[in-house]
Ligand binder design. Structure first.
Ligand code: ADP
Ligand code: MG
Length: 547
């Protein structure tokens, strides 16, 4: 609070505003951010534990996926929210490495706290962190392994991303499918994962999950007399209904003359028939309609040998447009042959005990679908999540052409090389770079700890291995507790998962460290007027409040 002339306090902030400054603000923010890291730490690695999350409706989620956990728990504190954002960024950029990113951010902040206590200014710390993050990227690039055209490597990357997930037993099979799917859609511009359509069908086993070159739609034709299979399909995509529009208001049409009645019905029928004529005229023999299709229209289309699906999902319409080269038409009257797409075959096939529609031999050969099979919805969802992660890690490995060993190997290498780098920089920044280097140890330490090993022993073993020739790829073998060649153990991760985790962890740590003043207006007033007014303020909910 500032004081004006005559020692009268000058009031600039609204009454009830809460404020914390300098070290107090920094410590508060760091504590909140670290609490987020603490919430996910125990899930890291293949031996990590699961969390059971119960929402306010009583629904239960069991997961060990960092970003899923953080999305579900209701984090209040602004600094904690910033860390949750890191996990989300990591997820959108890489599809993996969310827990690692958050653990690293927590660790960087913990080390910063020690530095602040030693009176090192936050600006010095953030400068040091920036230098270290840039150097870390260089080091990772240097130790990365080239993918080239080796699908074996990609399968290993996918398997590593799936370890610890409940799909465990089938990961080889799922990885092979994911690699084939990504290879099918990859080109010189990278991988557009939107070209891969994932469908789920209850029944069968995970092992029956299959890859289809083309698009699979979880729907069957509208009329049993329509052909089950159309070769040389000319495909129309309609975003409007093939029905007579019902009037918005409840209009009543009074017809007294029976002739007028039949004329009216006749006219309706003509309109509907006209729609089918229009389709026929365009040359289409397959119609995917996003809205409803009148019974009469179905009947006429069946007579004309046209295959039709109604109530297509918007996303399926878009996928179909890309795959077959057709345009989505909003007005049937304006549709022409130019709007149609092409596929060699459109057919209905039985999957499990339900019908699905397969569109194969598409104009765009990049369109592929994966049909996930499994006993229950719950299993399907879990496989789908793993499949999405696998597709992402494979894609970014292909795009960058580089992977790194896992199991804490890159983090130990970073620790060693960044420590050398620190002494070459010197000055006060050196301390921050050293802290950054030390923070890297938190990954192998936590991996070991979660597997019931002693963290210190793990670090010592790994450092020893890394000092030997060819030791760069040595990480922790969680079954033996010994340092081991992670390439031989098939533990590989995309380079980008590591670079992204480190850069976003450093970024959020720096953002939090630069804040020296937190001014928060009071949230909703307490409902009970007798309650302590100091409760329920900004700090009231942290850090325990987030759990
Ligand atoms: P994240 O959300 O960060 O991906 P995970 O729980 O998936 O968290 O754990 C990833 C970490 O586990 C990485 O450091 C990875 O190298 C390591 N890891 C995965 N599989 C193994 C394994 N078989 N042995 C040792 N470490 C492994
Ligand atoms: Mg992972």
């Amino acid at each position: 609070m500032a004081y004006g002339m005559g020692n009268q306090p000058v009031i600039v902030l609204k009454e009830g505003t809460e404020r914390s400054k300098d070290k107090e603000a920094q410590y508060n923010n760091i504590a909140a951010a670290r609490a987020v890291a603490d919430a996910v730490r125990s899930t890291l690695g293949p031996k990590g534990m699961d969390k059971m999350l119960v929402d306010s409706m009583g629904d239960v989620i069991i997961t060990n996926d960092g970003v899923t956990i953080l999305k579900e728990i209701d984090v209040q504190h602004p600094a904690a929210k910033m860390v949750v954002e890191v996990a989300k960024t990591q997820d959108t950029e890489c599809g993996d490495g969310t827990t690692s990113a958050v653990v690293l951010a927590g660790e960087l902040l913990k080390r910063s706290e020690d530095l602040i206590e030693q009176n090192i200014h936050p600006t010095v710390i953030t400068n040091g962190f920036k230098l270290a993050a840039a150097k870390a990227k260089e080091i990772l690039n240097d130790i990365a392994i080239d993918v080239e055209n080796n699908d074996e490597i990609l399968i290993k990357v996918s398997n590593t991303a799936m370890t610890g997930k409940s799909v465990g037993g089938q990961k080889e099979k799922l990885s092979a499918i994911a690699v084939a799917a990504v290879r099918a859609v990859a080109d010189e511009n990278g991988v557009d994962v939107d070209n891969i359509k994932v469908e789920k069908k209850v029944g069968g086993t995970i092992a029956e999950t299959e890859l289809v070159t083309g698009i699979v739609i979880d729907k069957q034709r509208v009329h049993p007399r329509m052909p089950k299979k159309v070769k040389d399909a000319k495909i129309a995509l309609l975003s409007t209904a093939m029905e007579i529009k019902k009037t918005e208001v409840d209009a009543q049409i009074n017809i007294s003359d029976p002739n007028a009645m039949s004329a009216f019905l006749q006219e309706e029928e003509n309109t509907l028939k006209g729609m089918v004529d229009k389709v026929k005229e365009s040359g289409a023999n397959v119609v995917f309609c996003q809205k409803g299709v009148d019974d009469l229209v179905q009947h006429y289309m069946a007579k004309q040998g046209i295959f039709c699906i109604r109530r297509m999902k918007q996303s399926d319409m878009e996928k179909m447009a890309r795959a077959t080269g057709s345009k989505i038409v909003g007005n049937l009257q304006e549709m022409s042959a130019d709007d149609l797409g092409f596929a060699e075959v459109v057919e209905e096939r039985t999957v499990g005990d339900e019908e699905m529609t397969f569109v194969t031999g598409c104009k765009n050969p990049k369109a592929v679908s994966i049909i996930i099979r499994g006993g229950t919805e719950h299993v399907l969802d879990e496989v789908e999540r793993s499949m999405h992660d696998a597709i992402r890690v494979i894609s970014i490995s292909i795009e960058d052409g580089k992977v790194v060993a896992g199991g804490g190997a890159p983090e130990i290498e970073l620790n060693l090389r960044l420590s050398d780098y620190a002494s070459s920089v010197g000055g006060r920044e050196q301390l921050a770079i050293e802290a950054f280097a030390d923070a890297m140890e938190s990954i192998p330490w936590t991996l070991g700890k979660n597997a019931g090993l002693d963290g210190i022993d793990v670090i010592i073993a790994l450092k020893h291995a890394h000092e030997q020739k060819g030791g760069t790829v040595f990480g922790i073998d969680l079954n033996t507790g010994k340092a081991a060649d992670m390439v031989k153990l098939n533990v590989l991760e995309p380079l980008r998962v590591k670079t992204q985790a480190i850069s976003s962890a450093a970024e959020v740590a720096n953002m939090i460290l630069r804040i020296d003043d937190v001014i928060a207006s009071r949230r909703a007033p307490p409902t009970d007027p007798m309650s302590d007014p100091s409760m329920g303020g900004m700090m009231g909910g942290m850090p325990g409040g987030m759990m």
